[in-house]
Design a protein around this ligand. Structure first.
Ligand SMILES: [Zn+2]
Length: 207
C-alpha cells in the first residue's frame, strides 16, 4: 500500500455514502465504493463482493477493514466511526467519556494515516452533526452546537487554508473533484476549490 499510484480518500462519516446513495441508509461502517458508479450493476457488485465491514468502535472497524484496504489499493473508502456519538448519547457531549472516545478515534486515525502511507491520499474528516446543544446528550435541535461540525481536508491535493462558509454539502462535490469527476448538477454543495491545490479540480488530485 505504498506506491504513488495508489489512491485513497477517507471519509470519517457516512455523509458521502448518504449523498451517493440517498435511497439507502448506510448499513456498514466501512466500505470501498466501486470506482465506476455509472455502471448499472455497480452497487450489486459492491454488495455481492462484501466490500463492507462492521464493528462497534473506530479501532474495531479499522481492524476489520484492513484486508479490504490491502485488496483494493485505490478508490474511495468511507469509514463511519461511531465512538463519539455513542459516548455523547450515554454521557453527554464534552463529558469525560466523550473525550476518551475522541482520543480513541484520534488513535485510530493515526493508524489509518500510517496504513495509507503514500502521498496520493486525501483525508476528509468530518461529522454529520454536533451535539449537546438543546439537550446535553442529544443533537436533534437547531441549536448551533448541534448543527456545527468539524471539517478538515488534509493530504494529497490539499492547499492549507481556513474554510469560510463551508458546509457538509460541499464535501461530496469536493471529493469528486479530487477524484477527477465532475459533480452532477443536482448536488447542492460547491467544490471547496480554495482548499484544493491549483489544478486539482481540473485533474484528479488523488487518483
Ligand atoms: Zn446520535
Amino acid at each position: 500500500m505504498s506506491t504513488q499510484h495508489r489512491a485513497y480518500v477517507w471519509i470519517l462519516a457516512c455523509l458521502l455514502q448518504i449523498a451517493l446513495f440517498p435511497a439507502r441508509a448506510p448499513r456498514a461502517r466501512a466500505a470501498s465504493v466501486p470506482a465506476d458508479l455509472t455502471r448499472p450493476a455497480a452497487l450489486d457488485d459492491w454488495r455481492q463482493r462484501r466490500l463492507c465491514v462492521d464493528g462497534s468502535t473506530a479501532n474495531e472497524i479499522l481492524d476489520a477493514a484492513i484486508p479490504l484496504l490491502a485488496e483494493h489499493d485505490r478508490g474511495l473508502f468511507v469509514l463511519h466511526w461511531p465512538d463519539a456519538d455513542a459516548a455523547g448519547h450515554r454521557s453527554g457531549w464534552m463529558s469525560n467519556e466523550y473525550g476518551d472516545a475522541c482520543r480513541q478515534m484520534d488513535g485510530a486515525l493515526e493508524r489509518l494515516i500510517h496504513l495509507a502511507g503514500n502521498d496520493r491520499t486525501m483525508f476528509v474528516l468530518l461529522a454529520d452533526h454536533g451535539g449537546g446543544g438543546a439537550k446535553y446528550n442529544d443533537h436533534e435541535s437547531d441549536h448551533p452546537a448541534d448543527l456545527t461540525i468539524p471539517l478538515v481536508l488534509w493530504g494529497a491535493g490539499v492547499s492549507p487554508t481556513w474554510l469560510n462558509d463551508a458546509s457538509i454539502l460541499d464535501v461530496p462535490p469536493t471529493v469528486l473533484a479530487a477524484l477527477g469527476v465532475t459533480p452532477p448538477d443536482c448536488f447542492e454543495g460547491r467544490i471547496l476549490s480554495e482548499a484544493l491545490d491549483a489544478g486539482a479540480t481540473a485533474a484528479a488530485a488523488v487518483a
